[in-house]
Design a protein around this ligand. Structure first.
Ligand SMILES: [Zn+2]
Ligand SMILES: [Zn+2]
Length: 447
């Protein structure tokens, strides 16, 4: 570690009680996506306290604090923390009014970003960096609470579900060149996460039938549940066409079914997610899913509506992780084990960090300090130093290493990176996945 890096670690350690208190406060006040009003305000208060130009209300609740002012000077590194919680009211620390709880540990991300702010705003540290750092609080990573997001879409406040998708769309990432992201990984380790992950598209399928007495006169009915059941089987038979290299995941549930056994169901709704490692693969799988949904409607004569909404892009591993690797080793200082998840590891789940990784290099790491399973009410923080303070150190050290020495690491990283999409092709692709297909009911005469 050079002298400045030692100073970064020392400053963060000196502020550790404040960083832990911030992480704890966010933990106890979970808010769901695009509703992070209190969370974003708390974050913005820190930006203002440290004298940073602070923009609020980006993609509804997002916040951006500029270390060296808004004017673009050289390479800009964004230190990104997610703000949103999950609808898990069974968690002992769930928000009593909304049931939101931080069972995905996003509070640690935000505590880490605030902690990094405390060190990087030191005058000597700031001056040792070429380029700029943006401290970014991102809304709505979790793909939950869909009716609320739909309402925001109808009101024209958002176009896509994911917070980072909206940050890209609204131009909040236009001046960012490199992003650093973090995620909690229950356990006691530090993780260099450079794995790929699946992209996905989401579909809500509604079958409309005709109710009738299921025992006395079923011939007068058109069974919407039969359409859904047939669609499930048709989805199954698509699976043999998927290739292992693409990690296709196709899953659907019935979210609205029949009301009673003696009534032919006239209104059945399904929710489906179609995922794959590559964009062409999940678009192909989505077309096959549409065929399966149509099959249910064709065979039964039900009406059908397929509403398609783009989800997230696949995560593209970073080509050069030197800055992050060194930051993890420095922060660990021999006291923590570091696990390496390389580009050969693939995660079948999805994140809107994937969207960011298609446009710019994304360095991602994990820290422990939690136990339990993410997205489960048993999640709890067991080591606040590891969960919050170590996160702050790794964020700050990575940003500093990218921009020190005239920004040579940042330049090398940008030189080695090839964007999968431009902002324009990204938006065109997202919009091409926002579709509605309608098929009218086709009842036959009862003979
Ligand atoms: Zn999550
Ligand atoms: Zn998460």
């Amino acid at each position: 570690m050079d002298r400045i890096e030692e100073k970064i670690c020392r400053l963060i350690d000196e502020h550790q009680e404040e960083i832990k208190a911030f992480g704890r406060d966010i933990w106890h006040h979970g808010e769901m996506g695009y509703k992070e009003v209190r969370t974003s305000e708390k974050f913005a208060e820190y930006g203002k306290k440290y004298g940073l130009v602070t923009e609020q209300g980006l993609a509804v609740t997002g916040v951006k604090c500029y270390l060296k002012g808004k004017e673009k000077k050289g390479i800009t590194v964004a230190v990104v923390g997610e703000m949103d919680a999950l609808p898990i009211p069974d968690h002992p620390d769930a928000n009593p009014e909304t049931g939101a709880s931080h069972c995905c540990g996003h509070n640690a991300q935000l505590a880490g970003v605030v902690g990094a702010m405390m060190a990087l705003t030191d005058e000597e540290v700031r001056e040792a960096m070429e380029g700029n750092v943006v401290f970014l609080a991102a809304p709505a990573e979790e793909y939950v609470d869909l009716p609320f997001k739909q309402k925001l879409m109808e009101e024209g406040k958002i176009r896509y579900g994911g917070g980072k998708c909206e940050l890209i769309r609204t131009g909040a990432l236009d001046d960012v060149d490199i992003a650093i992201g973090h995620h909690t990984q229950p356990g006691e380790e530090l993780v260099l996460s450079n794995s790929s992950s699946n992209g996905f598209v989401n579909k809500v399928v509604t079958y409309t039938g005709r109710a009738a007495h299921a025992a006395a006169a079923p011939q007068w009915g058109i069974d919407a549940q039969n359409a859904a059941v047939l669609a499930f089987h048709a989805l199954d038979i698509q699976r043999e066409s998927f290739q292992e290299k693409d990690f296709v995941r196709l899953h659907a549930v019935i979210t609205r079914g029949g009301s009673a056994a003696n009534i032919i169901a006239d209104d059945v709704q399904m929710d489906a997610s179609i995922r794959a490692k590559h964009i062409p693969a999940y678009i192909d799988a989505a077309k096959k899913a549409d065929r399966a949904f149509r099959a249910g409607a064709v065979a039964t004569g039900c009406g059908m509506k397929i509403e398609t909404v783009p989800g997230y892009m696949p995560t593209v591993p970073c080509t050069d992780v030197k800055a992050l690797e060194e930051a993890l080793e420095d922060a660990a200082a021999g006291s923590y084990r570091i696990t390496y998840q390389g580009a050969d590891k693939h995660i079948a789940a999805s994140t809107d960090f994937g969207d960011v990784s298609c446009l710019m290099p994304l360095l991602q790491f994990g820290t422990g300090g939690y136990e339990g399973q993410l997205h489960n009410p048993n999640v709890k923080v067991t080591d606040e130093y590891l969960a919050y303070v170590m996160t702050a150190k790794i964020f700050a050290l990575t940003a500093y290493k990218l921009l020190k020495n005239g920004g040579d690491y940042a330049k090398a990283l940008l030189d080695s990176y090839k964007a999968v999409l431009t902002k324009e092709s990204y938006l065109a692709l997202m919009d091409s996945m926002s579709t509605t297909e309608v098929k009218e009911m086709e009842p036959l005469e009862v003979v």
